[in-house]
Design a binder for this molecule. Structure first.
Ligand code: SF4
Ligand code: SF4
Length: 188
């Protein structure tokens, strides 16, 4: 990992923005490393989660928003549970993903596509329509045969259904999306 010249690239507005949007106080972090020690995906991250927190304290906007770590985070919340300072670290990771999207700096385009396809399925059916989700994701991502070997196994066991099934409250779920979009519009 390359050394980062912190003094040259500090962005104090970014620190304030993340604190405001997440409602968390990253300055409380004293780098104990508990979050990283429990993170199941740390081996795949370019920056361990405790380093993301340190980069945040030092306003390293570009490094954080273009990192792979914020997209490979699975929101398992282990870091949040383990933090002795009660920082909701997983929520900070969420906030950083939202900011990376807004600024067009997403490093892992396939993960963003998967999220979008997943949410679109939720909006349409009120639940996940697995077959549609996988077909749509594979087509759009160009990974045409990804997980194709699993399809017959799970279909034959009745784990997933070939045709979509809407839940009773699908309209209510769609309204949640509408409310969120209205809120996003008002906040730019
Ligand atoms: S929420 Fe993300 S960063 Fe935190 S422990 Fe889980 S995978 Fe790691
Ligand atoms: S567990 Fe909390 S205090 Fe410790 S490094 Fe992670 S964020 Fe910082």
């Amino acid at each position: 990992m390359d050394a980062i010249n912190l003094t040259e690239t500090i962005d104090t507005d970014f620190i304030k923005e993340v604190a405001k949007e997440s409602g968390e106080n990253p300055s409380l972090c004293y780098q104990c490393g508990n979050c990283t020690a429990g993170c199941p995906y740390t081996h795949f991250f370019d920056y361990p989660v405790s380093m993301v927190m340190r980069l945040l304290q030092t306003g390293q906007k570009e490094t954080i928003l273009t990192s792979k770590a914020i997209w490979l985070c699975a929101t398992c919340e282990t870091c949040t549970t383990r933090c002795p300072c009660n920082i909701d670290v997983a929520h900070i990771m969420d906030t950083l993903r939202i900011m990376a999207r807004r600024e067009g700096k997403v490093s892992e385009k396939d993960i963003r596509l998967f999220y979008d396809t997943f949410l679109s399925s939720m909006r349409q059916f009120g639940r996940i329509y697995e077959v549609g989700l996988l077909l749509s994701y594979n087509l759009k991502s160009g990974h045409l045969m990804a997980d194709a070997d699993l399809g017959p196994k799970v279909l034959s066991r009745g784990k997933i259904h070939f045709l979509p099934k809407k839940i009773k409250g699908a309209g209510e779920v769609a309204k949640i999306f509408e409310r969120f979009e209205g809120k996003s519009d008002r906040h730019g």
